[in-house]
Design a binder for this molecule. Sequence first.
Ligand SMILES: Nc1ncnc2c1ncn2[C@@H]1O[C@H](COP(=O)(O)OP(=O)(O)OP(=O)(O)O)[C@@H](O)[C@H]1O
Length: 602
Amino acid sequence: MAEPERPVPAGDSPLRSLWTYTRGHRRAVLWASACSVLNKVFDLAPPFLIGMAVDVVVRREGSLIGEWFGVHDLMAQLWLLAGLNVVIWGAESVFEYLYQVAWRNLAQTIQHEARLDGYAHVQELELAYFEDRSTGGLLAILNDDINQLERFLDHGANSMLQLGTTVLAVGATFFIVAPDVATLAVLPVPVILWGSFRYQRSLEPRYAAVRERVSELNTALANNLAGITTIKAFTAEAREVERLDGVSRRYVEANAEAIRLSSAFVPMIRMAILVGFGATLVLGGHKVFANELEVGSYSLLVFLTQRLLWPLTRLGETFDQYQRAMASTRRVLGLLRTPAAIVSGPERLPAVRGELHFDGVDFAYGDARERGPMVLTKLELRVPATQTHAVVGSTGSGKSTLVKLLLRLYDPTEGAVRLDGVDLRELALEDLRGSIGLVSQDVYLFSGTIYENIAYGRPGAARAEVLDAARLADVDSFAARLPKGYDTLVGERGQKLSGGQRQRISIARAILRDPALLVLDEATSAVDNETEAAIQRSLAEVSRGRSTLVIAHRLSTVRHAHCIHVLDGGHIVEQGRHEELLALDGIYARLWRVQTGEREAA
Ligand SMILES: Nc1ncnc2c1ncn2[C@@H]1O[C@H](COP(=O)(O)OP(=O)(O)OP(=O)(O)O)[C@@H](O)[C@H]1O
């Protein structure tokens, strides 16, 4: 359907949107977060043990640990500390393992879902959406951006949580043990945080620019690889390398800006940290001399300052990851939020008769903001069920546009297209498209075998049915001669086959579908006269008993149609049987004379 399965909030904060998007995995997120926090808590414990060890050595029987546990033997105190050490390091390792597994599995699940949701949603979007965008850009979102999100969940989320835990745990200890030392030691923290957030804000647009450049690069590469034949034919290799050089350079430059800014961060922050560390060292030492602070507590504070302030130098890197991930999240969720303009209607048609009616249709490409010229105006065309009708007209007159409206790839600007009397906008897309067998001008084959490409028309069809369809479409004549027969691989986009062979496969695919309405848009334009005659005979047989709309340039292929409609200037100007149209001596008669080689009367 048009809406993504997981509704995405329209809020501005990408983190909040991500949180909402992953609401199905709350438990996993909380578990992973808890493991991260506990791992950090145990990781911070050793400085306390060091403080206690110093305390034992200095205060001996009167040490803190001696008092807490009632152990006065010095060696027993040390053994106790050693035992605690084992427990703490063990717990740290266990939680490290657990958080790694939890975050990485979560990252896998979410990237998998986001990619599938993204792809499924893109499939629902109307053709006009794709015409305005590049394939490379969409690929960048579905691949690179989702990978970026995966990396953030792999490492970034954990880094942020552990940093938060460190700041809170160490800050609290400082204030409990020596509040006045703490004030000085923690003094640089607001400066660091303020600086980080300033950085964060100025990094954001730079990373957005990097993402844009990636998408440009992808587009250029995808276009060039798809057009490699043209590039070779026009010996444009050097020119293309030069063009790619330009695009790739812009990517490098965009990155250079981001690199310059993010690299300056750590050295600057280090200076601020120096202040806190120096303050603890000097002020704490002074308090020990004045007997206002225990030696053990002093050791604890000096070590803890290190544990607090050094991780802050990684704040830049963490924000860096965060920024990249959020830029990607915004693009991925933005894609999921794109509403589909063409949505399925409510009405179901279990048995389609195949009566088609273009009812006063106006159509222009583009959207309300930017409409192109009118292609169809007040177009009236009826195809009664089971009849074969043809549409002919000069190139660019709008024949293929009729087919696109019929498939509901676009909606009419005015008027309606009706199938069995139902406005297509009211009809379930599944029923509409499921009842149409299309053979179009540009055949698209998927990489796979000939057999698989035909069977695509109706998944679950029996082998005998597939082979029957293949025989009717004259695929047999060439497939039988290939060493692997129907199991021959057709190559990417079917490029290992000739145009005529591809066309015959696509006809077989449509026949297999056994549709109520067969649509042939220049179905035999790529085959020679002999093959065309063979296919025409098959098609005549196949179209018996079902509505067929044929679009053709070669009038000889449609002369037996029940009715031929001549499209000109956006509407039907002549219609009737072949003989009637010849007698009318209008556009059709003129075209016929040109095509059959008769000289036009002067
Ligand atoms: N996606 C599109 N966006 C904008 N304009 C389009 C689009 N597709 C077709 N057109 C324009 O609409 C007009 C009708 O095109 P259409 O493909 O329907 O013609 P046609 O009669 O099938 O031509 P041909 O016989 O050459 O296949 C043309 O002027 C074409 O330039």
